[in-house]
Design a protein around this ligand. Sequence first.
Ligand code: SIN
Ligand code: MN
Length: 259
Amino acid sequence: MELTEKQIKSFRELGYIFIEDLFQTDEIELMNNEAKAIYNIERPEVVKEKNGKAIRTVFGAHTFNNIFSKLARHPRIIEPTMQLLGGEVYVHQFKLNAKMAFDGDVWQWHQDYATWKNDDDMPEGLALNVGLFLDDVTQFNGPLNFIPKSHREGYIDSSHDTQTTSYALWTINEETISELVNKGGIVSPTGKAGSVVFFDSSLVHGSPSNMSPWNRTIVYISLNRTSNHIRKFTRPEYIAHRDFDPIKCLNDNCLQEKV
Ligand code: SIN
Ligand code: MN
């Protein structure tokens, strides 16, 4: 799958591209069934919310689940990413963010690159996230909030927040967020399950809690240029992967294939 010049220009200018209906209903159903089964497994990759019950995120499902292993090599994910990053890529991180109905907690304002630089020594922001909606995402169930153009600031000074949620994150102070929002505003990509958002690793983003009765699951595949691989190996491998071999794409219908 090839992005148009217009889409590439928008990614460079705003820091993201939103594409509706990139994955079909049967593909989404398949992935949702796998995700639900994974939530019941007790393993270190499965991180709960502060209440100790609801699932917050599952790391590295592509390393132990066949369907998500295929998703991480899917041409609709990898080909546009290679176009945007200008070369071969590997999976730095893979997350199933299950922002559960009523229980899904906030993700504070942050840049992913800040965490990857500070915790993993990723040399540059030559990475991006692909967020695939496994549920319909609306204004009510904790959608992503982006500050358009904020990726152009490069790395923004961040501090390590170990208190607000069950998962420590490098976050940006309110004064800086106010300045960035004055310049770029806030947008919130919402849409049906099967929609995909590609966003720059330096784009400032966050999401409010989910106080609605609807789940909001998004799968994030964080891809990095092979030449920009991490240099520090202190976090568990399931959070910051060490396999820097370039991804080889599968077929477009790989999710339905039995192998
Ligand atoms: C993230 O920024 O890594 C997660 C945000 C979300 O899933 O709402
Ligand atoms: Mn993030």
